[in-house]
Design a protein around this ligand. Structure first.
Ligand code: SF4
Length: 410
């Protein structure tokens, strides 16, 4: 495939036409809607049949950013019916949604590297940018190839980008609380280098990372050891802890655990104050998105009247879902399940183990399979469609010997 001779102009096409969106809405509803979830929500989030109570968190499942991204992807297929449509990685972190897009012949491209497939894109192709956004190098490549870009990046992610760009403009190093390999954090990190690509960033994930950085800020240390501790993708090229930890600004991946992010901000601010005698070298901007916050708050509220066990439904690579699991695990038996197939067996439950990062099998809690009364809590991450939550609810009742008919839903 030859390089285009001149940079083609980015084509702008309005795909949110009323006629298209009407059809998209019907399709999205038919794929992901759940009458059972709607019924339970209407009835205050709880349903009891016999000695089994199913309690939903007040907020769970699809967020506005995910809904918008899915709508745009479906609309692309309708508007560009005859074109090849590509997607950078996954639209969101849910296998079922990505499977549906695959069925619509929307082809996923690698998201960790700009493979040669990107060089084969043409002006006739459509490229969808997922809800997490994409690094500037990927956006530049799409621009260079001249393809039609459908950008579904969530507005809350773009808010973080504006913040880290402004840090870079003021020669402030961005400390990003997030996962270095996560799509959103990769995209944010690329913006933290600023328009001139001279800015710097450091990505930290844990409180242990934070304490290490704080110790370096206060006491200095071995530069090479520092760089060895953080993987290459966790800091900008040329990052030097002796030079680039003087002025720092903290931002975070939108889906992190709020309490942890706040603690990280507090520790870094305290370390700088200790070193400098003031906080002039510290800036902070809380960039956890509203939807993540609401789902975490709703789960904490649910735990005020603790169920006997909790199912958290969502993709195993979903960051916001993972944090719901962490919150649950602190309080009660919690199972991170991808969908109802994890509950298919009568003996064991398949669920994701956050410590080993693998799906594993455990025996069901004995109470679930007994005749004793039980309250089953259910919540789901921002990328989990309602139909998967419905299937989990139905299977939970089924394990208690209660059929769908008893829920009295068409
Ligand atoms: S989880 Fe937050 S940042 Fe991510 S798509 Fe939803 S609203 Fe946007």
């Amino acid at each position: 495939m030859s390089e285009p001779s001149a940079k083609p102009k980015r084509k702008r096409v309005n795909i949110r036409r009323p006629d298209v969106m009407e059809r998209v809405q019907a399709e999205v509803e038919s794929h992901y809607r759940s009458p059972i979830v709607e019924k339970i929500r209407k009835e205050g989030g709880e349903i009891t049949i016999g000695n089994t109570t199913l309690r939903l968190a007040q907020e769970f499942g699809f967020c506005y950013g995910v809904e918008r991204a899915i709508d745009l992807a479906y609309a692309s297929r309708r508007v560009f019916a005859d074109k090849r449509i590509f997607l950078i990685g996954e639209i969101i972190h849910n296998p079922e949604v990505n499977r549906q897009l695959g069925e619509m012949n929307i082809v996923s491209l690698p998201w960790t590297e700009l493979s040669s497939q990107y060089d084969e894109l043409t002006e006739e192709d459509v490229a969808i940018v997922p809800a997490f956004g994409a690094p500037t190098s990927f956006m530049d490549k799409l621009e260079e190839r001249g393809c039609i870009v459908v950008d579904t990046t969530c507005g809350d992610v773009m808010k973080v980008w504006r913040r880290v760009r402004s840090y870079a403009k003021d020669a402030i190093t961005s400390i990003i609380h997030g996962k270095a390999g996560h799509e959103e954090t990769r995209a944010t990190a690329s913006r933290a280098m600023g328009d001139d690509m001279k800015g710097h960033y450091l990505i930290i994930l844990t409180l242990a990372d934070t304490d290490y950085v704080c110790d370096y800020i206060q006491n200095g240390g071995d530069r090479n050891q520092f760089l060895e501790r953080f993987s290459e993708d966790a800091h900008s090229e040329g990052f030097d802890p002796d030079l680039h930890l003087h002025q720092v600004g903290v931002a975070n991946q939108t889906t992190m655990l709020k309490s942890e992010t706040e603690e990280i901000q507090r520790r870094i601010s305290a370390a700088l104050k200790e070193r400098d005698g003031n906080e002039d070298g510290f800036q902070v901007f809380d960039t956890i998105c509203g939807a993540t916050q609401e789902r975490q708050d709703a789960l904490f509220k649910m735990l005020d009247r603790k169920p006997d066990l909790l199912f958290v439904v969502g993709g195993y690579n979903s960051s916001n879902t993972t944090h719901l699991v962490e919150i649950g695990q602190e309080a009660l038996p919690t199972f991170f399940i991808q969908d109802a197939t994890c509950l298919a067996s009568l003996e064991t439950i398949a669920h994701y183990d956050l410590s080993t990062k693998n799906e594993t099998k455990s025996n069901y809690p004995s109470q679930l399979l007994s005749d004793d009364p039980i309250i089953i809590g259910v919540t789901a991450g921002a990328s989990c469609p309602a139909n998967l939550i419905e299937a989990t609810i139905l299977r939970s009742f089924e394990l208690r010997g209660i059929s769908r008919d008893a829920l009295q839903v068409d």
